[in-house]
Ligand binder design. Structure first.
Ligand code: FES
Length: 135
């Protein structure tokens, strides 16, 4: 299972095996690496965090207890492997078993989610479509 720790006012920390597909649709098996993905939208090393969130007042106020569902546009799973796709000028789209946990140990579990990486969603960590106004 992919575990994603939500760092308050900082990045997503991914831990677990998943296939990552970048904006050019190049895939990579992460083999359990720990990776920090940007969610403030200001990194210079996209999709990864470069610490830019510390240069302004980025606030996450994650809402893991809210209801959240993505329409039925799932990604193709490879033998049950969790797939993480960076949508160009949009969220991280994830299909497969995953859990999100914040620093207060609130947990969200599911198998289909879009995570905001533009920094502007009003329902972080989830995407609410605000990226369409940002990018
Ligand atoms: S990526 Fe931020 S609202 Fe969609």
């Amino acid at each position: 299972m992919l575990k994603i720790k939500l760092i308050a006012n900082g990045p997503f920390c991914f831990k677990g095996s998943f296939v990552y597909i970048d904006e050019q649709t190049v895939s990579r098996d992460t083999k359990g690496d720990s990776l920090a993905f940007c969610r403030c939208g200001r990194t210079n090393t996209a999709p990864f965090c470069d610490g830019s969130h510390q240069s302004f007042s980025f606030s996450t106020q994650d809402q893991l207890k809210r209801e959240y569902a993505v329409s039925n546009e799932t990604l193709n799973l490879k033998d049950g492997t969790t797939v993480v796709a960076a949508i160009e000028n949009g969220p991280l789209h994830i299909s497969g078993t995953l859990s999100l946990v914040d620093e207060k140990h609130t947990t969200w579990q599911g198998n289909h989610v879009k995570l905001c990486r533009c920094g502007s969603s009003k329902i972080k960590p989830f995407c609410d479509g605000a990226h369409k106004e940002v990018f």
